[in-house]
Design a protein around this ligand. Sequence first.
Ligand code: NAD
Length: 520
Amino acid sequence: MPTEFRNESFTDFSKEENAQAMRNALEKVGAELGREYPLVIGGERIASDSKLDSINPANRTQLVGRFNKATKELANRAVEEAYKAFQTWRNTPAQDRAALLFRVAEIMRERRHELSAWMIYEVAKTWPEADGDTAEAIDFCEFYAREMLRYAGEQPLYQVAGEESELEYIPLGVGAVIPPWNFPLAIMAGMTVASVVTGNTVVLKPSSDAPTIAFKFFEILEEAGLPPGVVNFMTGSGAEVGDVVVDHPKTRYVAFTGSKEIGLRINERAAKVHEGQVWIKRVVAEMGGKDAIIVADDANLDDAATGVVQSAFGFQGQKCSACSRAIIDAKVYDEMVEKIVDRTAKLKLADPTDASTNLSAVINEKAFKTINSYIEKGKSEGGRVVVGGGSDGEQGFFIEPTVIADVKPGDTIEQEEIFGPVLAVIKAENYNDALKIANDTQYGLTGAIHTTSLHRAQEFITRYQGGLVSINGATYGSGPHMPFGGVKNSGNGFREPGTEALDVYTELKTVVINHNPERV
Ligand code: NAD
């Protein structure tokens, strides 16, 4: 029996042996850049005529990996192969499926820095951000394996005299797993292993911005003994082959994390019942955010400024949980802006292979242009750039951490998800006004308040419209151990991580044994 779940600890890179291990991993991975990777469908490695290149955002001429784009025909085949594999995988004992996840976690631990190095090259994560991503992926395996054992055990059920009843969790079928690029290992692995451990089979379509790390993970699944066809690795255009797997009548569910636009599109398409389809498809859609930190007039301003800057600029602001709005009580506004500016100005924007880098390039050219246009929009709507604002797209997609003050409620950059290193600072008349501004958005993922008042903290917990709220900290995402997901247009109500997570990937079967011959 495995021991109790514990989060993987983060690597302390101030220790020379750890820093050296990471440098070695970067060198090893650096020598492997630019290789070509196949599609893997039903265990068969397949090349197609059309290729897709994954490049280093911080060094735009550096090829990280070349991938084969699936055609519509291959996408259909991937679903068929997953459906075939489901007929046996669904009957594999839960204990064996859990054991597979423990093996996957063990291999990932052995290759921890190597996996992080791939993310440093492929999505420009800094050392600590990449390390955190790998740790979370390991946690997903460890946590879901234990959860599966719990789900497979006896469930509490009200018993009626003369009957004996049981509850079983059964798998759903073929899942289309569609992750984003921003937690290219943790979220991708999390949705995949949750599917597999519950007895489902998968068509994994990684983001075109992060296919290499997904392939490295897929290789680990194979090495750990996952049978062919249980996970099918399918790279390709989201718009082309994404629709094919979402629409396919043998697809039973879609596990999606990404933008609101694509999430809503998938939700709508999946609602249509196609010929031969004998179920209603389930869609799990974890989508965007416009997360806020409220700074009340009684807050510890130094702690608040640290929380704001950390959550605004960690991984270049490219987290669903990034703080993109600091809503500050007018009484402490000027002082807080100064503190935020001071901390932001100290951040080092540089190549992510350098250990001392605090933030690096944004994911791709499209994002570079969009984020810059949001900065211009912020200025044109009366915002005041108090730090940053510059960018350089020559070598890579570098945008300075940018703070725009005096943004008004309802302005474009106060309402739309930017997904980059841009913080909008808004002045609120008072605490109640701050809460009203914070809730006045279509999103509802995370939020935080800085206050020394218990009453205000309690009120914030009750009134802030978000799936996760925190007090006197950053805007948190969560690890596998804690339910996380949004309300409003940030999600459709499921909670992927945490103790309810495997509900998403299973359905219930109730078994009743009648011991009363008179009652038929
Ligand atoms: P995206 O929506 O552009 O892409 C997500 C995935 O969908 C990718 O794999 C993409 O290839 C695929 N896709 C694109 N078109 C498709 C289609 N028509 N059918 C099927 N799949 C299709 O998002 P992104 O840029 O990769 O990620 C950033 C977004 O993800 C942000 O909005 C961020 O807030 C959100 N996000 C949310 C959470 C959360 O837990 N709520 C976590 C991380 C990221």
